[in-house]
Design a protein. Structure first.
Length: 148
């Protein structure tokens, strides 16, 4: 009798285990695919391991790259002025302001993102089943934010 109770308890605990992070990502991807216009014609058949990375949001990433480009351009202008023996404090002030803004942006905390690849089978316009691999990017709430 004790063995039966122990087995039932172990079985119950095993069945009620919470979802892993990878399981949550797979559920999110399946929901995302299901809500696409042609989602009913598509199915994911195999998933990779779940990867994660810390990144800046895309809009912030773009601003950072723009500022780096502006700083580089201003440095080039400054070096051209030095070669002509011209001392332009305006360019140096502009570089300092760009650098200050860049440092503030770089101090912004990065956000965690998850990545999982899925082998996908979907029918093309002729109704032929085709396979490809799609990588899904998700935030920490497991909302798909990008695909490649």
């Amino acid at each position: 009798m004790k063995k039966a109770i122990i087995l039932i308890t172990l079985f119950t605990v095993a069945c009620t285990q919470s979802q892993t992070i990878r399981d949550k990502a797979i559920v999110a991807v399946n929901e995302y695919v299901k809500n696409l216009p042609n989602g009913s014609n598509s199915q994911n058949t195999e998933y990779s391991k779940l990867d994660s990375a810390y990144e800046y949001p895309d809009t912030l990433d773009i601003k950072i790259e723009q500022l780096k480009g502006l700083i580089l351009a201003q440095h080039q202008n400054d070096s051209m002025l030095i070669q002509t023996d011209t001392n332009d404090t305006e360019i140096k002030n502009t570089i300092a302001q760009y650098q200050k803004t860049l440092n503030l942006l770089l101090a912004t905390p990065k956000q965690k993102h998850y990545y999982i690849s899925a082998k996908n089978q979907a029918k093309n316009a002729q109704g032929i089943l085709q396979s490809n691999t799609i990588t899904y990017e998700m935030d920490t709430t497991f909302k798909v934010i990008d695909t490649n």
